[in-house]
Design a protein around this ligand. Sequence first.
Ligand SMILES: Nc1ncnc2c1ncn2[C@@H]1O[C@H](COP(=O)(O)OP(=O)(O)OP(=O)(O)O)[C@@H](O)[C@H]1O
Ligand SMILES: [Mg+2]
Length: 233
Amino acid sequence: MILSAAKEHRKTTMGIKLQSINKELGSPPTQILCDINLEINDGEFTALVGRSGFGKSSLLYVMSTLDRATSGQVIIDNTDINLLTTAQLHQFRNGKMGFVFQFHYLLPELTAMENILMPAMKSGREKELRGRALALLKEFDIEAKAQRRPQELSGGEQQRIAIAQSLIMSPHYIFADEPTGNLDSVNGQMVMDTLIKINKDFGTTIIYVTHDTEFAAYAQRQLSMVDGRLVPN
Ligand SMILES: Nc1ncnc2c1ncn2[C@@H]1O[C@H](COP(=O)(O)OP(=O)(O)OP(=O)(O)O)[C@@H](O)[C@H]1O
Ligand SMILES: [Mg+2]
């Protein structure tokens, strides 16, 4: 069921294109992103690497529409993001994109299952997607913990719940900012295996930031940043 839904989505997916992206912050302004030109194709599994402060998170947020560039174009599935109203952008993002962060944002008062269904609840699709939530729990081997609250789960389990949450709306894209950054190597590996599996089984385009060279090596493609620029590997 999950697989066919993902394939259905992919038919219309065209990928991400960044053209002459610049981003400035602060006063006096400092340039955080410098002339970024990049294409990410449908189904790619990409790692974004570079030293602390070089602009990895900034680039991830601009390409995932969570943040806006100072200049340049972000084109996703043939849509120029700059031309969308805030309401259109929210709808675009909710249907297409899943996010995973270093420190998850699971709600402590909700069970694992309820947390996974949170994005579905927001769009009134909770009932419809309950089966999918169960399938995801099973897929990631956390079925038995469905009724626990986040604080009753290990860090790796919490992160897998966060990944399941990011997948509940069948996104075309997953953007992950250091999804293993807060985990020990065993749990980090488990989360990495989960991302690999999602990419392989569902064809989801995944872009993840990592400091870990071993985890970066799992990607089909590594993008390296130095001082706000993309540099050849
Ligand atoms: N509000 C701000 N004003 C000025 N500079 C900022 C602001 N926010 C972030 N920066 C700078 O932007 C640069 C890029 O930050 P970013 O968070 O994208 O780096 P990063 O590569 O993700 O680093 P890390 O690996 O530590 O997460 C950094 O040098 C940071 O100091
Ligand atoms: Mg960062």
